[in-house]
Design a protein around this ligand. Structure first.
Ligand SMILES: *Cc1c(COP(=O)(O)O)cnc(C)c1O
Length: 453
């Protein structure tokens, strides 16, 4: 019998609703707090910064299913369903009895899963009469996705790109500009937040936290301009559940069900996106599945951070969020997986980790690229440096299956391709990349600062 390599859904079978795991969680995430009054936030409190519908989705703990607007679903058809792929090549390279599957989000027009939420966010902004959107971007993936989505729905986009990425990844900037966005390296002199940081440290290479502060400041000071975020927030992860909902149907076509589900972890949106639809069977029916978040060892909020209220950005403009965090002043090393360099985890995944529904592993930079190169040779796809972390975690699970002779079913999310990250691969292949060891003191110092928040 011939073996199926890739599983697709017909356009008609693309899901019509996103899955809101908050409705099914036994312990709901604790509320975001106003930093001054420490009062729980209501959706209205978020309206000045975010589109109203997104603000409502953010705090919605009751509706299990949220309709995907028809206009967004029409745009999903440009690249969805994404293929579920059986990684025969990788299985063979590892000589493992495990069955390895990956969901290939790299086939989106912008090369990553980020477009799933960008389209939804741009749509709601347009519908509410917004004309301009702004955001930050690290590796450039989110900025690229938002720039395209803004163009689709007729909005102007202004993107603050973390300076180190702006310099390391000039092609991402070109792509954003090709879609018509205005791109600024962050920290910049165009905002008070940027000026403050540059005054203290003129050579600062930037971080997601700083870029967030700049974008929020622009949104607050510009009429008809809303801020958008590509990760961390609950409404972003909600939109990403399209990944897991498709995968659920596609695994059924393959006649299997995953024992282990893996996603790389920046703020949690692609991990939650692939995991949550399956996790509902764990919560509601007690189905035994392991959910593994793979984070970089240089930014280990899940494995070495603390569950505490903290700011989402460096300048302290955001509400206080109950999250696993390394402290909002934590400055991660300049690893190539720019999309994973963020100090905190979203409130849903943070609660799930606290409740033992999921686990986390940390992956060193060299191990991630080693796994990425193995995958590239075996499957012919160059993975994004971020996605390499998920691959590394999948490889180590598959090796464990080999040692124990277990035929487990492993599913991981390939969050993006790395075709615009070849500088990173060049450096890895030339032997110029290093691992980063964080001491407990490095971590404790930043955690002490949030003790009284
Ligand atoms: C942004 C990004 C990530 C990390 O963000 P999450 O919200 O944790 O998913 C991972 N992979 C790629 C390719 C990205 O662009």
């Amino acid at each position: 019998m011939s073996k199926t390599k890739r599983f697709f859904l017909s356009e008609d079978d693309i899901p019509r609703q996103w899955y809101n795991i908050q409705a099914d969680m036994v312990n709901k995430p604790m509320p975001p707090l106003h930093p001054g009054t420490k009062e729980p936030l209501k959706p209205e409190d978020l309206y000045p910064i975010f589109a109203e519908e997104l603000s409502r989705q953010e705090l919605n703990q009751t509706d299990r299913w949220i309709d995907i607007p028809e206009e967004v679903r029409e745009m999903y058809k440009y690249y969805r369903s994404t293929p579920l792929v059986r990684a025969y090549g990788l299985e063979k390279a590892l000589d493992t009895p495990a069955h390895i599957y990956f969901k290939n989000e790299s086939v989106s027009p912008v090369g990553s899963h980020k477009l799933n939420s960008a389209l939804a966010q741009a749509y709601y902004c347009k519908k509410e009469g917004v004309t301009n959107v702004t955001t930050e971007t690290g590796a450039g993936q989110w900025g690229t996705a938002l720039s395209y989505a803004a163009k689709v729905f007729g909005l102007e986009a202004a993107v603050y790109q973390v300076k180190i990425s702006y310099e390391q990844k000039p092609y991402r900037r070109s792509i954003m500009q090709t879609f018509g966005a205005q791109v600024t390296a962050s920290p910049s002199m165009s905002t008070r937040a940027g000026k403050d940081i540059l005054t203290k440290n003129p050579n600062y290479q930037g971080s997601l936290g700083t870029a967030i502060s700049e974008a929020i400041e622009l949104a607050r000071t510009t009429p008809n301009c809303k801020y958008t975020l590509g990760s961390v927030l609950s409404h972003v992860t909600l939109h990403q559940t399209i990944i897991g909902l498709e995968a659920e149907k596609q695994m059924e076509m393959a006649g299997e069900y995953p024992d282990i589900i893996i996603g790389c972890f920046g703020g949690g949106s692609n991990f939650g996106g692939i995991s949550f639809p399956f996790m509902r069977h764990t919560i509601l029916e007690g189905r035994q599945t392991r959910y593994v978040a793979a984070e970089p060892a240089s930014c280990p909020k899940l494995t070495r951070g603390k569950f505490h209220y903290d700011f989402g950005d460096e300048a302290g403009y955001t509400p206080l969020l109950p999250m696993f965090t390394l402290g909002h002043n934590f400055a991660p090393a300049n690893i190539h997986a720019g999309g994973l360099r963020y100090h905190g985890a979203g409130v849903i995944v943070s609660q799930l980790l606290k409740d033992g529904l999921m686990e986390a592993v940390d992956i060193q930079q060299l191990e991630s690229f080693e796994a990425g190169c193995l995958f590239a040779k075996a499957e012919g796809i160059i993975p994004a440096p971020e996605s390499c972390h998920a691959i590394a975690a999948a490889v180590s699970e598959a090796k464990r299956c080999k040692e124990k002779g277990e035929e487990k079913v492993i599913l991981f999310n390939l969050s993006g391709h790395g075709l615009i990250d070849m500088t990173a691969y060049d450096q890895y292949l030339a032997g110029n990349l290093t691992n980063f060891e964080l001491t407990d003191a490095d971590i404790q110092h930043n955690l002490d600062e949030i003790q009284n928040l």
